[in-house]
Design a protein around this ligand. Structure first.
Ligand code: NAD
Length: 433
């Protein structure tokens, strides 16, 4: 198979597909991105980026000569050496991954009579690659290769993560197909993990599960800190300096969200259950996270009693800073619970311009969201929140309660501004003011 110049078709112009397409174009490959949403493709053709991902607009503009966008399958496949699948795999009601978009791509592939490799970027259950392999064979596409090349980028830093990854994982049935996908990454300085397809699929699910486990672990430590008088920020620092543990993913908060962790944990739990295994640890990780989102409500009760007719401002809605992704954002659960308790909810976010919950008032500024509030809850640690004049904000509030759901701001500073302050796991820092 030729390695240069290569033509790559990417199916799916979402967070992963666009970053993959733009980064492969940056590496010198010729890329066509296909989606089924006309408005998305039209916008991309006009040079508009339909999602918020730092650096992506520059990358797409810089590589516009090597990047095209289409709705048409035949256009996309024409001359393609690689067909990347980057479509969504959301959860079904059972918790299993919904692979219908993946199957559509596989079934829509036209008869290809030259060397070509289908590469799975979407996160899929272990065993999917084998099923796709069988489907391709049934369709007379035995010569078309299949490779699992899972994605580990994080929204908000996806471009950097793609160009400077910790590793590239390439799982293949045939050595030469894996060689081709590994070669696509020439120019990226990272170890390449070569393995079988099932192991590559499991590496993705297990990596996410490990990160979620750390988050739920530190959140449980935080809860015990609150009950016993320790400060989880100091505790995390103290354990993170242990080289066997390391500092990342040890920030206590209101729990994880986003398009990956919640659905991938359910998919792995379900995959295990379908195979007859009860994954106890993962079940606990998921349950801890669900409870963690709701602990903020308890903190508000502690200060305000009933929340009926209380005004609560949510600061930050996206599931984390530097993205506009609201999928499974903890803010959705918080807003829903507050509304259910009869509170009036206002919200601010620098990039999310609405929340799909009836009754939440969107504010243009932090100051507007907080004016007249009984409590503000910092939900997403947007850096803009460090620049706010909190003394001025406190003056406009009815009751001055600050729940810092990410332990982002200096508690002494907030107390100086007049707030009663609650963090997460910060009893020693004077949390229950
Ligand atoms: N978002 C992340 O940061 C991230 C990170 C790692 C892995 N993943 C995985 O990557 C996959 C994609 O995630 P995403 O966040 O980019 O999803 P997304 O919802 O942002 O994008 C999916 C895109 O696929 C398009 N699509 C659906 N059917 C199609 C078809 N037949 N042909 C072409 N396009 C089609 C949709 O219109 C949509 O634009 C998922 O499996 C996800 O778990 C996501």
């Amino acid at each position: 198979m030729s390695t240069s110049p290569t033509r790559i078709a990417v199916f799916g112009a979402g967070y992963v597909g666009l970053v993959t397409g733009a980064c492969f174009a940056e590496l010198g490959h010729s890329v066509v991105v296909r989606d089924i949403v006309g408005a998305r493709i039209d916008a991309l053709r006009r040079g508009e980026v339909p999602i918020y991902e730092p650096g992506l607009d520059d990358l797409l503009a810089r590589n516009s000569e090597r990047l095209t966008f289409t709705l048409d399958v035949a256009d996309a496949i024409e001359g393609a050496d690689f067909v990347y699948v980057a479509v969504g795999t959301p959860p079904t009601y059972s918790g299993d991954a919904d692979l219908s978009a993946v199957w559509t791509v596989v079934d829509e592939l036209p008869v290809i009579d030259r060397p070509c490799t289908v590469v799975m970027k979407s996160t899929v259950p272990v065993g999917t690659g084998l099923r796709v392999r069988h489907r391709l064979d049934e369709r007379g596409l035995e010569h078309v290769g299949y490779v699992s090349n899972p994605e580990f980028t994080a929204e908000g830093t996806a471009v950097k993560d793609f160009m400077r990854p910790d590793r590239v994982v390439v799982g293949a049935f045939r050595e030469e197909d894996g060689d081709g996908v590994a070669a696509l990454h020439a120019g990226i300085d990272a170890p390449v993990v070569r393995c079988d397809v099932a192991s590559a699929e499991m590496i993705k699910l297990a990596a996410n599960a490990a990160l979620m486990t750390r988050i739920s672990f530190i959140n449980e430590i935080a809860n015990v800190c609150e009950a016993t008088g320790a400060d989880v920020v100091r505790v995390a620092e103290g354990i993170g300096l242990d080289r066997r543990i390391g500092p990342s993913f040890l920030r206590a908060g209101v729990g994880y969200g986003g398009s990956c962790f919640p659905k991938d944990s359910l998919a792995l739990k379900q995959l295990a259950a379908n195979s007859g295994y009860h994954f106890q640890l993962l079940n606990a990780v998921i349950e801890v996270n669900e409870l963690q989102k709701r602990r903020v409500i308890g903190k508000l009760h502690h200060h305000l009693g009933s929340l009926r007719d209380r005004n609560v401002a949510l600061l930050g809605l996206a599931f984390k800073p530097h993205t506009d992704d609201m999928r499974e954002a903890p803010s959705l659960v918080l807003a829903g619970r507050l509304l259910a308790e009869g509170a009036n909810v206002s919200a601010w976010d620098p990039v999310v311009d609405g929340i799909d919950l009836h009754g939440v008032r969107m504010a243009e500024t932090v100051e507007d969201a907080a004016a007249g509030a009984d409590a503000v809850v910092l939900v997403t640690e947007w850096p803009q929140l460090a620049e706010v004049d909190w003394s001025a904000v406190a003056q406009t509030m009815r009751t001055k309660i600050f729940v810092d759901g990410r332990n982002m701001l200096d508690q002494e500073m907030l107390r100086g501004a007049g707030f009663a302050v609650e963090g997460i796991g910060r009893a020693a820092a004077g949390g229950a003011a």
